[in-house]
Design a protein around this ligand. Structure first.
Ligand code: ADE
Ligand code: ZN
Ligand code: ZN
Length: 265
């Protein structure tokens, strides 16, 4: 088909009819975290990633696969986040992760599957794709909180002339404010992480990591809302979150590498 033969208005209508994908820690955030982690893999882990996914850089290409299959595999939708109530002291598996349908349980599950060398290759490859994605998601502060607003999805915000919801601002806008080229942002972050930070961040468990994200949401993101479901944010809101965003992305990259290095020996 020759696009020049299609009237411009028809083409525009067709483009507008395609829904914008709802991404989590938008596509760029996932690429940044995967790029960072890949840099820190041991040769053994690198080799296994390459074998399972068909090339080591597939780790970056596949970082958003879990978002792409959400519509086809509805049961996976809840695996991207954990709804820790805003004013709760922290993650409680029995309250927040019924039937294992939350990001903490899924990371634990994918780790176990990946450790099991007797599991079949396709199942292990899928567990690896999920793990690459979910370790990043669990560092997005609004993926670790719920105030009856689905982690800010039901909070309408205006920034200048733009309308969005608060969750989307934290999935995508705060990451894009760091720069629009994932590889360049990842390289900058990798250079900024100190050996002391790397050592400190490598500790902990998925439950401890979501508690960190929850504290950021509770003490840093939600106070500004003051209970509102509709508000105007400052024009430079996304830029002002850069320090937190950088730290959360860097932690996710370091931690993903540690998990893979320990699992794929
Ligand atoms: N849906 C319900 N709660 C959510 C959250 N915290 N993050 C993303 N999607 C959600
Ligand atoms: Zn996700
Ligand atoms: Zn999200």
């Amino acid at each position: 088909m020759n696009f020049r033969q299609i009237p411009g208005s028809l083409l525009l209508m067709a483009l507008l009819a395609v829904p914008a994908p709802a991404l989590a820690w938008g596509a760029e955030g996932h690429e940044i975290v995967a790029t960072l982690a890949l840099r820190e893999l041991t040769p053994a882990a690198r080799g296994q990633v390459a074998r399972l996914l068909g090339g080591e850089t597939m780790m970056i290409h596949d970082a958003n696969w879990a978002d792409e299959i959400k519509d086809r595999r509805r049961e996976t939708g809840a695996w991207h986040y954990v709804d820790i109530p805003l004013n709760a002291p922290g993650y409680d598996r029995r309250r927040d992760c019924l039937r294992g349908d939350c990001v903490v349980a899924q990371v634990e599950y994918d780790m176990r599957l990946l450790t099991d060398r007797r599991a079949n290759g396709r199942a292990r490859a899928e567990a690896l794709r999920f793990l690459i994605h979910f370790v990043a998601d669990m560092h997005q502060p609004l993926h670790a909180v719920d105030a009856g607003d689905r982690g800010g999805n039901d909070v309408q915000v205006a920034i200048g002339r733009q309308r969005a919801n608060l969750h989307k601002v934290w999935d995508a806008d705060v990451v894009e404010a760091l720069g629009i080229e994932a590889g360049a942002v990842a390289n900058g972050l990798a250079r900024s992480v100190t050996p002391e930070q790397r050592k400190a961040w490598a500790r902990g468990t998925p439950a401890i990591w979501v508690n960190e994200a929850h504290v950021i949401a509770r003490d840093h993101v939600y106070p500004l809302l003051d209970g509102r479901r509709r508000l105007r944010l400052p024009r430079d809101y996304a830029e002002r979150q850069s320090a937190i965003t950088r730290t959360q992305l860097a932690k996710a990259g370091v931690r993903l590498a540690v998990l893979l290095n320990n699992t794929l020996r």
